[in-house]
Ligand binder design. Structure first.
Ligand code: LLP
Length: 419
């Protein structure tokens, strides 16, 4: 799944750097990203068009400031969901006017911060949030640029934990209540209506739910115009899936083209926005982990590795399938392939990275978990007082450390013992 990864002399090489050496030099668990793969993923979203198309990178997928800086240099916008994410984007060198702020629970403090920085747009998720935005903006003598996140009630046909566009989800404003919500927003002087948005779910592998949602949204945009409410942009969210195993997701270009065709058919001249996270970073990264022990039991074989669910939680949380490969190939005569559950050091039964995989593996080998550029390091924690991994960015033959491994002292640096 990572295009810049190849096997050379029985070992894995990312761009021009051997993974074995990275593991030896920097230790494991270790996240490694490929700049060329990031660039490829970004290029896949670039489609010539008769209007501006803003690709807002969803920061939650991978928020390392080096990654954000890379996308900022490409001209990306950013989809954020907290003050922390906005601050990261600014620290990475991107201007506030390229930031959109999503999320159902924006606090007064976060809204003040975003207004003072001058972000592009608030993606509003409820009527109560409209009231709060209006109040804070009025107090600061500003007008808040807003879009309403519509819940189009379409089935994205993805894992229920990452599906967001069904009416039973907490996200967005029901499409049947959208017109009334826009009319209400138009009555509030602290707000400036500029757009409409949705996000229907993540890891989508078909264009159909996008088309259903898009048709619903475009119908709404027409209805709004009939009521004198005009918009500058239409934001179709993120969610484009990637290949972890054998999925065949649509290309980013086909998704953009489908949207452009719909806009032209409807006679709309709005700017277009998307909020991709996973499709920009998942297959630009991997995680290296060393096998500590092999533990054969009567029921199964365990390969116990030095990375746990605190380092990479997707299998534990979503039963996500992620490819695991040995970075060194053994001669079949030396090490026989067997079926293993690849498990970590954390004291939980859900602490597994892969189940029932055929691997030719020995203690001391380094395994690579592929497609680990998205929602892996950002979801890492210090559970079991484990030090979160270091992160590297490979660029040709150059290796940049873009995050140091947590130090022991950092684990309790913010804690205090009462006198
Ligand atoms: N926009 C909004 C409002 C979102 O909530 C999300 C993701 C995105 C954009 C980006 O979606 P993407 O293009 O990455 O699918 N932790 C889960 C994924 C959670 C996605 C949450 N929202 C996982 O590891 O699969």
């Amino acid at each position: 799944p990572i295009t810049t990864l190849r096997r050379e002399n029985q070992t894995l090489v990312l761009e021009n750097v051997g993974l074995k050496k990275l593991a030896a030099d920097y230790g494991t668990p270790l996240y490694v990203y490929s700049k060329a793969a990031l660039s490829e993923a970004w290029q896949a979203w670039q489609v010539p068009a008769d209007r501006p198309i803003h690709i807002c990178y969803a920061v939650k997928a991978n928020s390392n400031i080096a990654i954000l800086n890379f996308f900022a240099r490409q001209g990306a916008f950013f989809d954020t969901v907290s003050q922390g994410e906005i601050a990261r984007v600014l620290a990475a060198g991107a201007p506030a006017h390229r930031v959109v702020f999503s999320g159902v629970a924006k606090s007064v403090k976060e809204i003040e911060f975003a207004l003072n920085e001058g972000i592009h747009c608030f993606n509003v998720e409820s009527l109560a949030e409209l009231d709060r935005l209006h109040a804070v903006a009025t107090r600061l003598g500003k007008r808040a640029p807003i879009s309403l996140r519509i819940n189009p009630d379409v089935d994205a046909k993805t894992h229920p934990y990452i599906s967001t566009g069904l009416k039973e989800n907490k996200f967005g404003i029901d499409h049947t209540e959208a017109l009334a919500a826009y009319q209400y927003a138009a009555s509030l002087s602290g707000l400036n209506i500029i757009g409409i948005d949705y996000h229907i779910g993540s890891q989508l592998t078909s264009l159909t739910p996008y088309l259903d949602a898009q048709n619903r949204l475009f119908g709404l945009v027409k209805q709004l115009a009939e009521h004198g409410i005009t918009l500058e942009h239409i934001d179709l969210g993120g969610g484009l899936g990637v290949r972890y195993r054998d999925e065949v997701p649509p290309t980013a270009a086909s998704l953009v083209e489908q949207a452009l065709n719909g806009l032209r058919e409807a006679g709309f001249n709005h700017a277009l926005m998307f909020e991709p996270g996973r499709s920009l970073v998942a297959n630009a990264g991997l995680m290296l982990t060393e096998v500590e022990y092999l533990k054969p039991t009567q029921h199964k074989n365990f390969a116990i590795v030095d990375a746990g669910m605190n380092d990479l939680i997707r299998p534990a949380l979503y039963e996500a399938w992620m490819q695991v490969v040995n970075i060194d190939e053994h001669d079949a005569s030396a090490v026989a392939a067997q079926h293993y559950d690849v498990v970590g050091p954390v004291c939980e039964s859900t602490d597994w990275l892969a189940k029932d995989r055929e691997l030719a593996v020995q203690a001391g080998d380094v395994l690579a978990v592929l497609s680990a550029g998205a929602y892996c390091m950002t979801m890492a924690s210090n559970y079991n007082s484990r030090q979160r991994p270091a992160e590297l960015l490979v660029d040709g033959s150059t290796v940049h450390v873009i995050r140091e491994r947590d130090t022991l002292a950092s684990l309790w640096a913010d804690e205090r013992i009462p006198e």
